[in-house]
Every structure is written in C-alpha cells, then in structure tokens.
Ligand binder design. Structure first.
Ligand code: ADP
Length: 273
C-alpha cells in the first residue's frame, strides 16, 4: 500500500532502496508459509521540499525470537556465514539492509512475535522531485528478439528480470541452478546470459567457467554476473569471466545500456522477428 499523500516522485538512490526492500521482501516470502506479506510506504511528515517516509515490510510468518533481535543484523560475524548459499542463505541479507539504511542516516527497526510474524521498518527523509523525462528504455525496441538466459535460484529475481526483459522484446529462458544453466547452454545459443553468482551447489563462477569452454555453443556469449551484495569486493572476482557486474535488484537503465553497448560492439545481427 502506498500513501496517497506521497509526492509523485522523489530523488533517491534507487539501487540502494530497492536492494533494502528486495532483501526484506524475499526474507518475508522465505519465512512465511501461509498468511500474507504487506508492503507499505507512508508519509510520516512533510515539508515544502523534503518528506519523511516510512517503509515497512511485514509478514505473518514464523517470527523471530527477541533474543535474536540484536545479532540478526550482524550476520557477518555469525559462524554460519558461507560463500555459497545452501539451505539457509548467505546470512548477508539483513547485514546489507542495516548498512544501507544507515547510509541514509537512519536505522532499521524490527518488531516480531514468534509464531505471529515480523515487521521490519525504517524512516528516511527524501527530497521531492519533479518528474524526469521518460527513460530511454521505454521507447526503444533495439533489443527486440535477443535471447537471454537467466540463471538464478531465487524465483522472485527471475520473475522481475523476466518482466523487464520481456518489456524490451527479448526472449527469456531460465535456469534454477548452475548445472541447469550449463545444460541449457549446450542446447541453445543465447545472445546474453545473466548469471547469479551465489547459487546453491554449483555457483555462478563454476558454471561460467564451464560455459566458456570452447566446445560450448555459448563460449563467447557475454555473461553478466549478478550479485545482491553491494559490499562485495569486485576486485576479488575474476573479471575475465564476466562482461559486467550487475547489482541486484537490476537497475533497468544500466542493464539496457549494457546490452545495447555489447550488441553494437559485437555487431550482433538483430534477429529477424
Ligand atoms: P539469510 O536469510 O540469507 O539467512 P538474512 O540476513 O537475510 O540472511 O537473515 C538472517 C536470519 O534472520 C534468517 O536466516 C532468519 O532466521 C531471520 N529472518 C530474517 N527475516 C525474517 C522474517 N521475515 N521472518 C522470520 N525470520 C527472519
């Protein structure tokens, strides 16, 4: 639900805010078997230029014991921290949320009752903005007909990416695991591949390494690494594997531009459609 008193548009760091919300929402989905998830944005107070907005993600899921409230945001220090996500997750989600909210000079607040559900909320001040021109991505069919493989184990990410790429006229195939991604690349030649780095089992690096083998029909297909971890040290990553690093949730203009640059640079033939 969005408060109808909000301004039409705000100046904000879209990547960070979407990252915060997407981490909170995917947790809510993960920890709520039945019931519902509620996402709200409300204007708490407002001035001529700046409004204070409250963002809230609540669920009717398993809830979180009070004793965990403190350390749940400090997942970095927990022993369960893993580089490759298995069952429970990387344990980075809330640590990232806390950091990103603090970059907005605010604090993430948790209210929860075990068995009832959880609410995560934060308030930030945002400057009202006048509407910008329509982004270039809305008025272009330059990517029409290209075939993209998305490899990501989180269905919500796949769904979001699929909608976006579809709106650009691209054709989308997806794989839930690294192994599945390799299988698909053996059968179909793609124009681009979006590869989540953290997948359970075979991660994105391993999968990419195998796709880049000379006998794979996609050995020279541009592969974009997707990571939800804004704090990731990209220097540690072997950039020779990947054409681009993209933060999740995907920034539409950036992705569009990256696709476009590569298709122009590579003199890709726009497929007949
Ligand atoms: P991850 O989910 O990858 O383990 P997070 O930092 O996102 O890492 O979450 C840490 C832990 O906090 C989760 O493993 C879970 O135990 C708990 N948690 C987070 N969000 C919720 C929620 N909405 N409901 C219940 N538990 C949650």
């Amino acid at each position: 639900a969005v408060d109808k008193n909000l301004a039409v548009s705000y100046n904000l760091d879209e990547v960070k805010i979407s990252q915060i919300l997407s981490n909170l929402i995917s947790n809510s989905i993960k920890f709520t078997e039945k019931g519902h998830i509620d996402i709200r944005v409300d204007k708490v107070s407002g001035g001529d230029l700046v409004d204070k907005l409250k963002f809230e993600v609540s669920d009717t899921g398993v809830g979180i014991p009070k004793s965990d409230f403190e350390n749940i945001f400090d997942s970095f220090t927990q022993p369960k921290q893993l580089t490759t996500r298995t069952e429970g997750g990387s344990g980075l989600g809330l640590a990232i949320v806390k950091k990103l909210v603090s970059l907005h000079d605010s604090e993430i607040i948790l209210e929860s009752t075990v068995g009832r559900g959880s609410t995560f909320w934060f308030e930030i001040e945002l400057e009202q903005a006048t509407l910008r021109e329509k982004p270039i991505t809305d008025q272009s069919d330059q990517l029409k007909g290209y075939k993209v493989l998305i490899a990501d184990d989180m269905m919500i990410n796949v769904m979001v990416a699929r909608e976006l790429l579809r709106s650009w006229g691209m054709t989308i195939d997806y794989a839930e695991t690294g192994v599945e991604a390799i299988e698909k690349t053996k059968k179909t030649r793609y124009d681009f591949i979006l590869m989540d780095i953290h997948m359970p089992g075979m991660d994105g690096y391993e999968a990419t390494k195998l796709i880049k083998q000379p006998h794979n029909p996609n050995f020279d297909t541009p592969i974009f690494a997707l990571t939800a971890d804004v704090t990731a040290d990209q220097r540690k990553m072997d950039s020779s594997y990947f054409e681009e690093f993209m933060l999740k949730p995907i920034e539409r203009d950036k992705l569009f531009q990256a696709f476009l640059n590569l298709s122009l640079a590579g003199n890709k033939q726009v497929p007949v459609h």
